[in-house]
Design a protein around this ligand. Structure first.
Ligand code: NAP
Length: 545
């Protein structure tokens, strides 16, 4: 089919984004007999793994877990090479998926979706692209990712810098050679912490500008042996089921004890065990009150701070690297390879922006309160307008022309993180108020895709033309999300989970912390109750509530 013929067509679904969510959504809808097209701004598939090509980029969910489970033959065939896959390996995997399931013929690359409007008369969405083209569909699905709308820091002079600048979320495809250059890295989240050790090996001088120190643990990455792979594959179905019913999308032993009911010796032994596991949950789930009890959490914080102090030679630098302003885990913890050791290198300097904030960026330097750092290149590892940024970047208009941006002015409001009241047949894959970033994303993506596919099939089977949540159901879910968050320590941090990294963004815990297993059950029960909390319309008449 030519592009023009495609544009003249009407689809059952338009999907925005060809990352892991959009690719599986397309495949799944085809299997259900729906027509669908994916619109993708990049020139290739992979979503976050297409864009985030900075040095050291890797997933910090283990590769055997961070992979699709929908095709048992495929999961048996694919062989990951390392415990934590590199960005190039994950992108190879994404491309293989696109080829294997022949997805590209229904993906249009390098198109920016800028507007989507619901038509209450036709019960269809009109989706417009920056090219001026429009197509229509019964269902509109945003698979645009939680961490895809990158942001530069709000520092005067950012545009004035004459050297090279890079954002970790938009890394040049040809790579960057920092050999012999004076480099400044701004930002010490996951992207900064992964890239800093590698940039330090190349740069003549690396200055790291840190506003908030993070809790980072050694990843303990290693090649996957044939024995490890065989052991997982021998019970992959059970392994996947454990992930689906777990808290964070990775099956682990659930702790039963409080950190405060054991001796200090036992506590530290448990933390050491979590530390040695080299994963994100080892410390978070060392005890059952790590993310609910500040006093308990403090003990883990001090354990990690002592690790930092033991590695970093200069006591002042070590102390500057120690996080004190948020409980462990309430900003996304990091896994690293030699991050703290990097600060022992003679060519690396840490600037603590809490003591000496950046005042401006000049054409040749980064200037702080009391010093000026001449640099040849600046790396912005400054993160994303997370969870809602990519969604509201499109002018999405529901019933009566109401915009999603306006609806979410005071924080995202959804039912289950899947649908929004007033926006019929509109779905967000891993949207705000779903477990999303509090989980192994692929587990959450598969669950959302399956749920959306089943809802679309239900409409087709029952003759209904649209589905949307009631306001009451949505209010209930938002309240439930907030209550779940308020029972934890997450609101104590100024994190992107809370929207705090974007000036003016409403401060609210966006992802759902109830756990992927609990959440899945809730979604399934709502369907079993006849789509409780949703209104289904046949033509323009409601058929069930
Ligand atoms: P991030 O976690 O939001 O970190 C951004 C960093 O930039 C923070 O240290 C932040 O400081 C700093 N920053 C922002 N604006 C600044 C300013 N004006 N002046 C100085 N510093 C500023 O972003 P990210 O590292 O790109 O990671 C985002 C998320 O992507 C991660 O949390 C993770 O979920 C995901 N990710 C995953 C992986 C992986 O799987 N391995 C790798 C990379 C990213 P403050 O903390 O003070 O705001």
């Amino acid at each position: 089919m030519t592009d023009q013929e495609q544009l003249n067509s009407e689809y059952d679904a338009v999907i925005v984004g060809a990352g892991f969510g959009g690719m599986y959504m397309l495949h799944h809808l085809r299997e259900l007999g729906f027509s669908a097209i994916v619109l993708e701004r990049a020139a290739g598939v992979g979503g976050t793994w297409y864009w985030n090509r900075y040095p050291g980029a890797r997933c910090d969910v283990e590769s055997i877990n961070y992979s699709y489970s929908f095709d048992p033959a495929f999961e048996q065939e694919w062989v990951w090479s390392e415990k934590y896959a590199t960005q190039p390996e994950i992108l190879r995997y994404a491309n293989h998926v696109a080829d294997r399931y022949d997805l590209r013929k229904d993906i249009r690359f390098e198109v920016l979706v800028d507007k989507a409007v619901w038509n209450d008369t036709t019960n269809r969405w009109s989706v417009s692209m920056a090219t001026g083209e429009t197509l229509t569909a019964q269902h509109y699905i945003m698979a645009s990712g939680c961490l895809s709308h990158s942001k530069l820091p709000e520092i005067p002079g950012v545009e004035s810098f004459k050297g090279k600048t890079y954002h970790t979320g938009h890394w040049p495809h040809e790579g960057v050679d920092f050999t012999g250059l004076r480099v400044g890295v701004i930002g010490t989240g996951s992207s900064g912490i992964q890239s800093i050790p590698i940039i330090a090996e190349q740069a003549s001088q690396l200055t790291v500008f840190q506003r908030t120190p993070n809790f980072s643990m050694p990843a303990g990455n290693r090649p996957l042996t044939a024995e490890i792979v065989a052991a997982v594959k021998a019970r992959y179905p059970e392994h996947r089921e454990e992930n689906r019913t777990s808290g964070f999308g990775v099956g682990v032993e659930i702790p039963t004890k409080s950190a405060l009911e054991v001796t200090e010796e036992e506590r530290n032994a448990k933390y050491q065990d979590g530390w040695d596991q080299g994963n994100l949950v080892g410390m978070l789930l060392a005890f059952n009150d790590m993310i609910t009890n500040k006093e308990a959490n403090d003990t883990a914080c001090e354990f990690i701070r002592n690790k930092i102090r033991a590695v970093v030679n200069d006591p002042e630098t070590a102390e500057d690297l120690c996080p004190f302003d948020h409980p462990m885990g309430t900003k996304r913890p990091c896994l690293d390879t030699g991050y703290y050791e990097t600060f022992n290198r003679p060519n690396v300097k840490l600037v603590n922006l809490r003591k000496t904030p950046i005042t401006e960026i000049t054409p040749t330097s980064i200037r702080t309160h009391n010093a000026e750092f001449e640099v040849d290149a600046i790396v912005y590892a400054t993160g994303f307008d997370a969870m809602t940024g990519a969604l509201v970047a499109v002018d999405i208009r529901g019933k009566g022309g109401v915009t999603l941006k306006d609806e979410w002015e005071h924080g995202p409001r959804t039912y289950l993180g899947l649908c929004v009241a007033g926006f019929p047949n509109f779905y967000t894959i891993t949207g705000p108020t779903s477990p999303s970033v509090f989980s192994n994303m692929i587990v959450s993506i598969e669950q959302h895709v399956d749920w959306i596919g089943a809802a679309m099939k239900h409409l087709r089977d029952t003759g209904a033309v649209s589905i949307e949540p009631t306001l009451e159901a949505q209010d209930w879910w938002v309240q439930h999300n907030n209550e779940a968050g308020d029972a934890t320590l997450y609101p104590l941090a100024n994190s992107w989970y809370m929207g705090s990294n974007v000036p003016g963004k409403t401060r609210v815990l966006m992802p759902y912390i109830g756990g992927v297993g609990v959440y899945r059950t809730e979604c399934d029960e709502i369907v079993a109750d006849g789509y409780r909390g949703f209104t289904l319309h046949e033509a323009r008449q409601p058929v069930s509530v």
